[in-house]
Design a protein around this ligand. Structure first.
Ligand code: EPU
Length: 417
């Protein structure tokens, strides 16, 4: 298995451009299944999760072509309605085909995702919402079997604003008979990006970006062309990289309006930065001070930035209390950060980080995508050499991360196993 090696302690300097958002591209690829047509997508990031999503759609009968005009997805001839265990176990977001398949074909067979490194992550809210739309759900041999003659509009109140749950129900509702209202919907920008793609396909959706989505079902959706939004978590990760190395970094194509909570936290911690349209410029100098934070659904501080922010706090002055309120097991990076010399104590869903003067490079093991990013950041801030093992986690969600960091002056390389 590949590893990434970093010789840390170098302040980053230069410019980096943000790629398309993984968590917007994944539901948008699934949404392409809703209309028998050829769609064109721009700014699709080149990531392992996107390749898995393509394989999943190809299994269902979709065809892809990469061209100068973007990625074309042809979903005219579907040949299957099944998302097999092999694919769902490598990428939970594969469950996003459930809504589109029942809406288009009236049936779907999707492997139940198991628990994962960051928590149990059930899909009960996806299933409950679909049942409210008239879908008959049975669980058999580890698979969700879903069947419906015609989806019926419904009023759905989500117990929790689940991101992919909202997306599955939103996609299903576009082809349901009548009106669907999804209350306590997730307000994450990626849900809004999906909704705008669905609008481009001809869906009738109101309340985009809010916690109440109202959908008037239409008979059929059409071919669409769409540009995926930039990745706010990738942008936040480079912000953290600049912060931890006390660097001078310009982040281009940053979705600034979706990063408010993250930018505000870094400013509170003492990072000097300037925002101008879609450019964030981090100024050099200034030291970081520990600040408290709690992860929340959007517009709160994103759980997907918790591990990276913690790495920065490990080298800040003073104490930070970091509370993870979305996933019950998303602290796996802490024991590895400790191997680099971080002073972090965990109690339940709270981590108390006492900033240290320096971290020292060491071999560490990545456990999930954002934990990997956190370890890369800590390695950049540490003295000496850090080896991050199991980088396949990183490749799921960061496009060419070692190239982008090298271009910023980091000494970082990948070693093939
Ligand atoms: N939950 C339930 N029942 C459900 C659905 C969710 O109890 O039916 C719980 C989960 O167990 C969790 C909480 O609700 O405790 C939030 O989960 P959510 O469903 O919102 O997460 P998700 O849709 O599975 C997406 C992102 C994650 C991101 C979370 C939270 C995609 C493909 N994935 O997951 O991204 O952390 O929202 O913002 O959009 C990542 O990119 O590294 C990543 C993990």
């Amino acid at each position: 298995m590949d590893k990434i090696v970093i010789a840390g302690g170098i302040p980053l300097k230069g410019e980096v451009s943000i790629s398309g958002a993984k968590n917007a591209a994944l539901p948008i690829l699934a949404a392409a299944l809703l209309a028998p047509a050829q769609h064109t997508l721009h700014n699709v990031p080149n990531l392992a999760d996107i390749r898995t999503a393509k394989r999943l759609l190809e299994n269902l009968g979709a065809r892809f072509a990469d061209g100068p005009d973007g990625l074309s997805v042809d979903t005219r001839d579907l040949t299957s309605w099944e998302a097999p265990y092999d694919l769902v176990k490598t990428m939970r977001a594969a469950v996003l085909v459930l809504g589109p398949l029942v809406a288009r074909l009236g049936r779907a067979r999707v492997s139940l995702p198991g628990g994962c490194a960051i928590g149990a992550r059930p899909i009960n809210l996806h299933l409950k919402g679909l049942e409210e739309m008239g879908v008959k759900i049975t669980l058999q041999h580890g698979y969700v079997e879903a069947a419906v003659k015609r989806l019926e509009g419904a009023e759905i109140i989500l117990d929790f604003p689940t991101v992919t749950g909202t997306e599955n129900l939103l996609m299903a509702a576009t082809l349901a008979r009548g009106r669907t209202v999804i209350k306590n919907a997730a307000q994450e920008p990626e849900v809004a990006d999906l909704a705008r793609f669905l609008q481009a396909m001809g869906a009738d959706i109101q309340g985009i970006g809010s916690d109440v989505l109202t959908v008037h079902g239409v008979k059929q959706l059409q071919s669409a062309r769409y540009r995926i939004m930039p990745d706010r978590i990738e942008a936040g990760t480079y912000l953290a990289a600049a912060a931890i190395t006390r660097g001078e970094v310009t982040i281009r194509q940053a979705p600034v309006e979706h990063l408010t909570a993250v930018i505000d936290k870094f400013i509170e911690a003492g990072l000097r930065l300037k925002v101008d349209q879609d450019i964030i410029s981090v100024r050099p100098g200034g030291s970081l001070t520990g600040v408290d934070l709690k992860t929340m659904p959007y517009p709160g501080f994103p759980t997907d930035m918790q591990a990276q922010f913690m790495a920065a706090m490990a080298l800040a002055r003073g104490v930070s209390v970091i509370t993870e309120s979305i996933f019950e097991k998303r602290f796996m990076h802490i024991s590895e950060l400790r191997r680099l010399g971080a002073d972090i104590v965990v109690s339940g869903n709270q981590a108390v980080v006492r900033g240290v003067k320096s971290l020292q490079g060491a071999p560490v093991m990545a456990t999930d995508l954002r934990a990997s990013a956190s370890l890369i950041l800590a390695g950049l801030g540490a003295q000496g050499q850090t080896e991050v093992h199991r980088v396949y986690h990183l490749d799921r969600g960061y496009e060419r991360i070692e190239n982008k960091l090298s271009a910023l002056g980091a000494t970082i390389w990948r070693e093939k196993a």
